[in-house]
Design a binder for this molecule. Structure first.
Ligand SMILES: Cc1cc2nc3c(=O)[nH]c(=O)nc-3n(C[C@H](O)[C@H](O)[C@H](O)COP(=O)(O)O)c2cc1C
Length: 147
């Protein structure tokens, strides 16, 4: 079983969360690759059983520009059986807290086998470690059920 963690981050919060998820996946014996969104390619869809997408939110809960290509790739490729999860960081000061996570969730629910979502306020804290662990567990059990 292999997992890809595709993420974007400007100030480091989402990359810290991506690294935590990566660590937890590996602890559970899953080979996981951290892929910054600039390095994403559609062929990745065929190389992994699990894909976790990580994004911050921008401009009234929007998806950052650099994530649009991966969003559209999920919409157009045949990824119906791919187990997916979406995670992100945001700031609840804004009206659409982690809005980009919600937008990805709705799209992934339609086009993939969406297993789980995770929202974290700014930088991940100690209590988020267990949430990352649960995030990984949900993804892994989804693949176990389908295969
Ligand atoms: C101009 C601006 C707009 C933002 N808009 C939102 C928003 O609509 N919703 C939200 O939850 N967070 C919003 N944020 C907060 C970021 O998503 C948050 O700081 C996030 O953790 C940044 O992730 P990064 O450190 O991975 O770049 C905004 C931040 C800035 C600077």
């Amino acid at each position: 079983m292999k997992a890809a963690i595709i993420y974007t981050s400007i100030t480091g919060n989402t990359s810290a969360l991506a690294e935590l998820i990566h660590e937890k996946m590996e602890e559970k014996g899953i080979t996981a690759d951290l892929i910054p969104v600039e390095e994403f390619h559609k062929h990745h869809f065929h190389e992994y059983d699990i894909m976790a997408v990580g994004t911050y939110s921008w401009d009234n809960g929007e998806i950052p520009l650099e994530m649009e290509e991966v969003y559209e790739a999920f919409e157009t490729e045949d990824v119906k059986k791919l187990a997916t999860g979406v995670f992100g960081t945001g700031d609840s000061f804004y009206p659409y807290y982690c809005g980009a996570v919600d937008l990805f969730r709705d799209m992934l629910y339609v086009h993939t086998n969406l297993a789980v979502t995770l929202k974290v306020e700014l930088t991940p804290q100690d209590e988020d470690i267990i949430r990352c662990e649960k995030f990984c567990d949900r993804l892994i059990s989804e693949v176990a059920v389908v295969s």
